[in-house]
Design a protein around this ligand. Structure first.
Ligand code: ATP
Length: 198
């Protein structure tokens, strides 16, 4: 998957709509302290489905919405749009994908893929299948290198699985196991009912 464009509006310090082109290859963000470098990386992780406010340096998810300054009022919503080339399913050819996440005060997050409302899980699967996602090792934030060095074997394995593009299979396996358990419970219930009839 190739990320092409990032659009932010009301996300953290990006109160005005901002658009950034993401070129092929390695991208580094440089700038003075406090100019919003980490906020940019967090916007990418957030639109890909990050669900932990703490890992976005907030106490609650609404903390990603521009909180206002001495001269500017706070915003009621934050929106991030990531444009990428990728596929929606295994047999799908590469095409332009536009993934949107929006949060409104008191209303929580909503996701869209190419304008269609989807669940957080659908967004997570699209990125997991493309060997990326909110916790992808391809997003190197401050302190991340030290964290990789200090990672436990199980955490390193997770990084390797993400890099190998098989992280999405775990989600599907959990779904399949849940369905299997529900079916087994139904079969037991059916046997009870049949025993009651005979
Ligand atoms: P450093 O180089 O010091 O790590 P940085 O360039 O990575 O800095 P960030 O940490 O991305 O900068 O941005 C910090 C700025 O974002 C701070 O000025 C902070 O006040 C602002 N900020 C964070 N969240 C919000 C919010 N919800 N509303 C308004 N401003 C915010």
């Amino acid at each position: 998957m190739q990320f092409e464009k990032l659009r932010l509006s009301g996300f953290k310090s990006f109160v005005e709509p901002a658009e950034l082109r993401i070129e092929r290859g390695l991208t580094g963000v440089v700038g003075p302290n406090g100019c919003g470098k980490s906020n940019l990386l967090e916007a990418i992780r957030w639109v890909m489905g990050e669900s932990s406010p703490k890992s976005l340096r907030g106490g609650g998810m609404e903390d990603v919405i521009f909180a206002g300054t001495g001269t500017r009022p706070a915003r009621d919503f934050a929106e991030v749009v990531l444009t990428a080339r990728g596929s929606l399913a295994d047999n799908d050819s590469d095409r332009e994908l536009e993934v949107t996440r929006r949060i409104e005060r008191g209303a929580g997050s909503a996701y869209r893929i190419n304008g269609r409302d989807v669940r957080a899980k659908d967004v997570a699967l699209v990125f997991a299948d493309a060997a990326t996602g909110a916790h992808s090792p391809a997003l190197v934030s401050q302190g991340r290198i030290a964290a990789v060095i200090a990672a436990k074997p199980a955490e390193r394995r997770q990084m390797l699985e993400e890099a190998a593009g098989i992280a999405g299979l775990h989600v599907r396996r959990r779904d399949a196991e849940a369905k299997l358990r529900a079916t087994e419970a139904n079969l037991l219930r059916l046997e009870d009912l049949l025993a009651g009839l005979s």
